[in-house]
Design a binder for this molecule. Structure first.
Ligand SMILES: *Cc1c(COP(=O)(O)O)cnc(C)c1O
Ligand SMILES: [Zn+2]
Length: 575
């Protein structure tokens, strides 16, 4: 099975990235109780893990969850896993021969469930959200985060709103919509799209993903470092006795927000502290020349990034003009131990894409190829030495053309004229324009409220998920008959999905109460039951419910169609 049980409960805590203050680990992630900073790192019982791991790891499959003790999820019950991580570390023999680099490796992150390394982040973040009891989330993305989060939220039964800039390729938007996420296409840059998403989330009181400030993001990405260290030791043998794993001399990645390299660095810092590796790798940050705020800022020796306001690159997946706190972090470690920041043109990227496909049989998306174009440049400049151990993150796959054929229900749009111009760096965001808030309001058309009364939590989750794949339902949920009745009285749903067999008060009793209440007697009810009803029971339900469905015998679209028919009929009767 994919779920790796945590054999040993571990003590963990938070450490503030700004002031170093330590505080207990709590869910959901708080801010620093001393200085209020919102960048908290998780620390672990490193000595204990070092002692326990040799025995534990031998018994575990090669997925990112094999490093369970070094991940912050508290309870395995919440683990959302689809086989992410555990990707191959391929030795690039042909390319290595061509470039004269015998120790060139490719971490093949295309082989994750949604074909990019964002699945590490998604698995960790969504598992932690499950643990924090989150049911709905807003995320802004240049494509791959939205795809990955869509898959994992679908798996977890969490509703997802994705905001994507309109330049994201249509096949990626279709991919997002296929998972049942809401797709809001914003005619603006990614950085402006992020602001629209944040405003929508605030306005609707929905949790917004915090990106790199999210503990789960960095802890998920960290597993890349752990895997590479273990795989390199296997490939090359340990470097010295007593130090079991190996760090490469260089980790190379194409970078936008910098989640990958920051997470990887945390991983190596921890392994170094545990005595598992003998060094920390230098990190090479590669960006598209048309949107290279980190590279430009590093060249000017700025400790904080200067944004690029008008990205001009076709490699849209990494077109982040405002890099955020990741840059300062990467700047600092490059100053401490060396590293590189390099920009490549789109032409160089497309060339690298062809080289890798033809020389190694590895087809990748342009955003991944950017890293290889950076490798070529750093080798030719002599910054990377040909005998050094180099790992390049092949971060994502090209999407198959079949996706063009699949039509999602709908992609929503926010018109360009409603997006405000980007404010100057220090300026406060101006108050929201009526127009934009109005448009954001219209994105959420959940006028119909549906109550799920079901004692089996998994069954309730499935029903909720089916309803979530359409934008127009607000779902409320109760897990006992008594609670359900209370919920119906307080929320007055437009329709009820009712289970029959429940402890304390069963479905029949709930129906009897509804019948006796004038305000509730006309709400349509669909009974969803696992039990074969007897003839007297069926007779008892007559006239009280609109539809009887047997669990495990209907598909999502049938249920949705039935619900819509009943709601239409109900609307007709009322008007
Ligand atoms: C997200 C992404 C990147 C950039 O990752 P960051 O570490 O967040 O900068 C690069 N390549 C692909 C394919 C991506 O999806
Ligand atoms: Zn602090």
């Amino acid at each position: 099975m994919l779920i790796v049980p945590s054999a040993i409960p571990m003590e963990i805590g938070f450490e503030c990235g700004a002031c170093g203050h330590r505080q207990p680990y709590t869910i959901p992630t708080p801010v620093c109780e001393k200085c209020g900073h919102d960048w908290l790192d998780v620390y672990y019982d490193y000595e204990r893990i070092r002692r326990l791991w040799p025995d534990i790891l031998r018994q575990r499959p090669f997925t990112m969850w094999r490093y369970r003790e070094l991940l912050p999820l508290r309870h395995d019950d919440y683990q959302i896993s689809m086989g992410e991580g555990g990707t191959p570390l391929l030795r690039a023999k042909n390319l290595g021969m061509m470039l004269g680099t015998p120790n060139l490796f490719i971490k093949d992150e295309r082989q994750n469930p949604t074909n990019s390394f964002k699945d590490r982040q998604a698995a960790m973040v969504i598992s932690m959200m499950k643990e924090a009891n989150t049911t709905e989330l807003v995320v802004a993305s240049t494509g791959n985060v939205a795809i990955s989060y869509s898959a994992y939220t679908a798996h977890a039964g969490i509703k997802l709103w994705t905001f994507v800039p309109s330049l994201v390729p249509p096949e990626k938007m279709r991919e997002i919509a296929i998972y049942g996420s809401e797709v809001v296409k914003v005619t603006a840059t990614y950085d402006e799209t992020k602001k629209v998403a944040a405003r929508f989330a605030r306005h609707k009181h929905i949790l917004a993903d915090k990106g790199i400030r999210n503990v789960g993001t960095r802890e998920g990405m960290k597993t890349l470092a752990l895997e590479i260290a273990e795989q390199l030791a296997e490939e090359l043998g340990p470097l010295q006795p007593g130090v079991p794993w190996r760090a490469p001399d260089w980790y190379i990645q194409s970078v936008s927000g910098g989640m990958g390299p920051v997470g990887v660095d945390k991983g190596y810092q921890e392994l170094y502290r545990m005595g598992m590796v003998d060094r920390l790798p230098k990190i090479a940050v590669v960006q598209a020349a048309g949107c290279a705020p980190m590279v430009n800022s590093y060249e000017k020796d700025l400790p904080e990034a200067e944004p690029v306001r008008h990205p001009n690159t076709q490699v849209i997946t990494i077109a982040t003009g405002f890099p955020g706190p990741a840059y300062s972090y990467l700047y600092r470690i490059a100053k401490e131990r060396g590293g590189a920041f390099v920009a490549v043109s789109d032409d160089e990227t497309f060339r690298a894409l062809h080289v890798l496909a033809k020389m190694e049989g590895i087809s990748m998306e342009p955003a991944a190829a950017t890293a290889f174009a950076g490798l070529f440049k750093l080798l030719s400049k002599g910054i990377i030495k040909r005998d050094e151990i180099v790992v390049v993150n092949c971060s994502g796959h090209t999407f198959p053309v079949e996706k063009f054929l699949l039509k999602p229900d709908q992609i929503k749009e926010v018109p360009a004229n409603l997006i405000e111009p980007t404010p100057a760096p220090q300026a406060v965001t101006p108050p929201p324009t009526e127009g934009l808030l109005g448009a954001l309001d219209q994105l959420d058309e959940r006028v119909r409220r549906i109550a799920i009364i079901e004692d089996n939590v998994e069954a309730a989750r499935l029903l909720r998920r089916i309803l979530q794949t359409r934008g127009d339902f607000q779902v409320v949920e109760a897990h006992t008959g008594k609670e359900g009745l209370k919920l119906i009285k307080t929320t007055h749903p437009d329709l009820i999905l009712l289970d029959m067999m429940m402890p304390d008060m069963d479905g029949f009793a709930v129906l009897d109460h509804l019948k006796d209440d004038d305000a509730l007697t006309n709400i349509p009810v669909i009974v969803v039951t696992a039990k074969e009803l007897t003839v007297p029971e069926q007779r008892r339900l007559q006239g009280q419910i609109q539809l009887l469905l047997q669990k495990g015998s209907f598909m999502d679209d049938e249920l949705l169609q039935n619900i819509n028919t009943l709601l239409e009929k109900d609307k007709g009767a009322k008007s």
